[in-house]
Design a protein around this ligand. Structure first.
Ligand SMILES: CN1c2c(nc(N)[nH]c2=O)NC[C@@H]1CNc1ccc(C(=O)N[C@@H](CCC(=O)N[C@@H](CCC(=O)N[C@@H](CCC(=O)O)C(=O)O)C(=O)O)C(=O)O)cc1
Ligand SMILES: N[C@@H](CCS)C(=O)O
Ligand SMILES: [Zn+2]
Length: 754
């Protein structure tokens, strides 16, 4: 590729996976956390991964690959750490960075939540009036120097100051009305210092990621954008690199003219999800800027329609300054390399592109654009999914009160029933057994024996601890989505297609490429076995249609609503079969309901209506006395409370402990009319919560919700914890609940009458 002096490279990507093609970072992290290796070993593993990434990207044809896209845990946490936004309670920890991410024996971690509408989770920084910002870590500079030693010039990627502050939460004790954005000027001081240091290192361009700008933003927030980029762009070019402000996950909308009016040299547009920008906006304001055109989708695994992308690039070229070909967002959300997938059906493979193939597409498009005649393309190309068909209205269940009475008579549960979310620890043994089955080293019968032994272990433990509604523990599942995808028609599974979900945790999103159908029952045998071991009710456990779709790579040649309906029908058949098998409580998890919520308010109602429709389609086959549970694990449930209500589940369990039951602050929570289990145990941390802590959380919950509605449960499944941690934590949950039941006998009476 020809270099353009001081110009942005003709082809680029906004970021790249960092977990390692064989999950090398996962292994290095877990080894360090388990005390089997040192911090230096971990740093060395990081260095090897960065070197491999820069070399690979150079080999694939990028002239100045991005740097600082690597992170030991999360890039938002890196930014907080770099700015020294470290709450005082973590400062004395042995490893401050990981204490913020994972907590210590004494201190809970910072909350973690979804990165926009993806399945990646970031650590939520805490910013208050008391935070003293300073450039406490020079990671972006170190990475530039590290790459330069390899003979590679890079473009450091920073999380932009606006997105950093909008994603932060106000520290406890901040005065009313305070928001982290009020600290913008202080944060800008540090960004300015950093930019100057990067310029002194000889860095030409810096990328500032501002994905928060593709959501609806208030006038005050847009004014903050102007302040930020007038300030940073206002530094002289001797004191700063050229600035590339990237946006992704949608269209910039009202933020586009604001950014265009700021003295930044390049602006990134998501032309996959925000392709309408070409038709809707007067691009004249970008005339003097470089536009980094995100035409290669970074959120799916399908090959790019090169002709359509080239049309969009040529249209843009006629309107703006320089045009650079790019991915629509970081490639963090797709697997590394299709070439590692030797088992995929060749007809499907042909349609796919993973990260490395997408880099190839970007490079190829830049070549085609350079070679394309300068003829003006006047009409912006249109690329859309086919329109959704009218979904048939879901069949209705009886009103909740009728169902609740039937269920109470049938289940006879105590007040404040204690349950878990489904999974018990995925032990090394059970994972090894699954690997051995796949390798043909053990028979299917032997595997079944091992899974049954794990189910029995989980059931016996729950009985011994005194839980009220048991689960089988999900030991037969590699992942709550992948497992179902493996048993449904229409999906393909990869062997190495790992994508980071948070920290060291990864998933292999299935590829939904054909018509979805359920050839045979999936969970009924395990559910029957688990129930045969105990007299207490054991919940049947399914993943809902929205979550299966959200956590898969989904075909784009069919309307999304039609895909949802096919998946919903498959799950509906499973609900019906579980019920016939005598399972009286069936949980249909929808942790991704909130995640898929469109970032723009204008698009949310339509989404919620067909997402809710799909859920109800899957569950409305349940009889009155079958109790339907759902589970959603994010702390901002209040935002979609109406939709959660519309799911019409009898009981909903949600994440709450990790954010100290803040979810209950929303007044709407008090009006939630069905069973609700706000989590009282943060399962993302190895910490075991004490009886006192759990009691306090339950008391907080009981201040907001009537006791007869309340369920006691962890935030989410226990698969990432050890049996030792789980046993101790659940024992404390049961003790705390017993203490509260004992103190409040009226609660007992009310619920028994119910
Ligand atoms: C609940 N969450 C989930 C999300 N997304 C999902 N798709 N699934 C979820 O459960 N999003 C929101 C939340 C939080 N996110 C996660 C994501 C991932 C995990 C997790 O625990 N992941 C595991 C991998 C799970 C898995 O697929 N396991 C397989 C393969 C295991 C493996 O590594 N095998 C070894 C060989 C076997 C051995 O000897 O150990 C190998 O291949 O080398 C399985 O169990 O068979 C992770 O470890 O990252 C949790 C929450
Ligand atoms: N039933 C699943 C839900 C996770 S969101 C589990 O317990 O792991
Ligand atoms: Zn969950």
């Amino acid at each position: 590729m020809t270099a353009r002096p001081n110009a942005f490279p003709a082809a680029t990507i906004l970021g790249y996976p960092r977990i390692g093609p064989r999950r090398e970072l996962k292994r290095a992290l877990e080894s360090y956390w388990n005390g089997r290796s040192t911090r230096d070993d971990l740093s060395a593993a990081g260095r090897r991964l960065r070197e491999a990434t820069w070399r690979r990207l150079t080999e694939l044809g990028l002239t100045a690959p991005p740097s600082n896209t690597f992170s030991l845990y999360d890039h938002v946490l890196d930014t907080a750490f770099m700015l020294d936004a470290v709450p005082a309670r973590y400062r004395t920890a042995d490893d401050v960075y990981f204490a913020m991410a994972r907590g210590t024996a004494d201190v809970a971690p910072l909350p973690m939540t979804k990165w926009f509408d993806t399945n990646y989770h970031y650590i939520v920084p805490e910013v208050g009036p008391e935070t003293v910002f300073r450039l406490a870590d020079d990671k972006p500079l170190r990475e530039v120097a590290e790459a330069r030693e390899l003979g590679i010039s890079t473009r450091p990627v920073l999380l932009g100051p606006i997105t950093f502050l909008l994603l932060s939460q106000a520290s406890a004790g901040s005065p009313d009305g305070f928001t982290p954005l009020h600290r913008l000027n202080d944060v800008l001081d540090v960004y300015a210092e950093l930019l100057t240091a990067l310029a002194a290192e000889g860095v030409d361009w810096v990328q500032l990621d501002e994905p928060a700008l593709v959501a609806d933003r208030s006038d005050e927030e847009l004014a903050a954008v102007r302040v930020a980029y007038e300030r940073l762009g206002g530094l002289s070019l001797a004191d700063r690199p050229r600035l590339f402000v990237s946006s992704y996950f949608g269209e910039l909308g009202a933020a586009l003219p604001v950014l265009a009016g700021c003295p930044v040299e390049a602006i990134g547009l998501d032309l996959d999800r925000g392709h309408d920008v070409l038709a809707r906006h007067d691009l004249g304001s970008l005339a003097g800027k470089t536009v980094v055109a995100g035409v290669v989708p970074g959120r799916n695994v399908w090959r790019t329609h090169l002709n359509g992308a080239l049309e969009a690039l040529r249209f843009l070229r006629g309107k703006v300054g320089d045009v650079t070909v790019s991915t629509s967002c970081s490639l963090l959300h797709v697997p590394y390399d299709l070439d590692a997938e030797t088992d995929l059906d060749p007809a499907l493979r042909e349609r796919l592109a993973f990260a490395d193939q997408k880099v190839g597409e970007v490079v190829e498009l830049a070549r085609l654009l350079a070679a394309a005649p300068d003829a003006v393309v006047t009409a912006p190309p249109v690329r859309r999914r086919p329109p959704a068909p009218e979904a048939a209205p879901p069949a209705e269940r009886s009103p909740h009160a009728v169902r609740a009475a039937a269920q109470a008579a049938h289940l006879r549960l105590p007040p404040l029933p204690v349950t878990t979310i489904g999974s018990f620890p995925q032990t090394g043994d059970i994972r090894a057994a699954r690997a051995a089955l796949a390798a043909g080293e053990i028979t299917a019968d032997r595997y079944e024996e091992l899974v049954k032994a794990e189910i029995e272990r989980a059931v016996r433990l729950q009985e011994r601890l005194g839980l009220d509604v048991l689960v089988h523990g999900e030991p037969e599942r590699n992942d709550m989505v992948q497992y179902f995808a493996e048993h449904l028609d229409g999906f393909a599974i990869t062997r190495h297609g790992w994508v980071q979900s948070y920290g060291s945790r990864c998933t292999r999103p299935p590829i939904l490429h054909g018509d979805v159908a359920r050839p045979a029952p999936i969970t009924v045998g395990w559910a029957r076995y688990a129930q045969s071991l105990t007299d207490r009710p054991v919940k049947g456990m399914l993943t809902g249609p929205v979550t299966i779709v959200a956590w898969s790579f989904v075909r784009e040649d069919r309307p999304l609503a039609a895909v949802f309906d096919q998946v919903a029908d498959a799950i509906r058949a499973e609900v019906a079969d579980l019920q016939t098998a005598g399972v009286s409580i069936i949980q249909v998890d929808e942790p991704a309901l909130r995640e898929l919520l469109p970032l723009r308010r204008a698009d949310q109602a339509a989404y919620l209506s067909w997402a809710v429709g799909a859920y109800r389609r899957a569950t409305s086959v349940a009889a009155d006395r079958t109790q339907i549970h759902t589970h959603l694990c994010y702390s901002d449930a209040a935002e979609v409370l109406t939709a959660i209500d519309a799911l019409d589940a009898d009981v909903t369990t949600i994440e709450s402990a990790r954010s100290n039951a803040r979810v209950l602050d929303d007044p709407a929570m008090a009006g939630f009319g069905r069973g609700l289990g706000p989590g009282v145990y943060d399962i993302h941390s190895p910490r075991v919560p004490s009886v006192a802590e759990i009691t306090e959380l339950v008391e907080t919950i009981l201040k907001v919700l009537p006791a007869e509605q309340v369920w006691i449960n962890p935030d989410c499944g226990l698969k990432t914890r050890t049996y030792e941690q789980v046993e101790a934590a659940l024992a404390n949950v049961v003790t705390a609940t017993a203490g509260i039941r004992g103190r409040e006998p009226q609660v007992l009476l009310r619920s028994c009458d119910n």
